[in-house]
Design a protein around this ligand. Sequence first.
Ligand SMILES: [Zn+2]
Length: 272
Amino acid sequence: MKRLLPLLFFVPVLFLFTRCHRAPYAETNKQYRDSAHRFAREIERNPAGQTMATAQPWVGAVNFNLRKPNIVVLHHTAQGGCDTTLRTFTLQRTQVSAHYVVCREGVVHHMLNDYLRAWHAGAGRWGNIQDVNSSSIGIEIDNNGVEPFSEAQLAATLQLLDTLRRKYAIPAANFIGHADVAPTRKNDPSVLFPWKRFADAGYGLWWSDTTNVQVPTGFNAIDALRIIGYDVRDSSAVFATFRRKYLGREAKGTLDADEQKVLYTLYRKFLQ
Ligand SMILES: [Zn+2]
């Protein structure tokens, strides 16, 4: 019995240790599986959905697959570290999530199946799409909003985008930032995000050399920004978002002649 006593102490401690350190998300992972199962059962049991009464007997089509995402929205977390973000996305009361979290050292957490709707874009709009969450994949890059993005993190993000582009055939113009879909509320990813590097790799469109560019008389910056995809109801917010992303600076006010040239060359890309 004496020899068993240390064991009686050790085993529960070991149990607690493994529970805390090896499976800290066991409980929320179960919640994920329960929710995924509930949605799968709903589709299986109720093929016609709740939209309207259907003719009886029900006739199901046999040719189908899952809908694909067609937009990728990049964010910065505005938090101090990946641990905080993982915790945020596993607490129901926060009501926010993303499909992927890319940590500073380049580790990628795939938190939600790409076919499911994450809650990352909030009230946002891109072109005529008013439910950005339904058609997009959300990627949160671990960054506090005022620091440079790490090289390991950018490389991992580019690799992730390559996978998504191939898998879902997402067009270059549809790799955008959170600020693009919510210019009045958001500024992420921050002014330090290297959008040109990403556009050069095929994720986003970029402007061309403006040396010999003549902006036509009657060119309307707001119309051009609308065609690019922006919700232009607050023009000063859109100008600030455009400057942050394409010119790498934070400033208010309408676009000057040189900035209009940049916008004009960019807008031409969106017409192609
Ligand atoms: Zn965001």
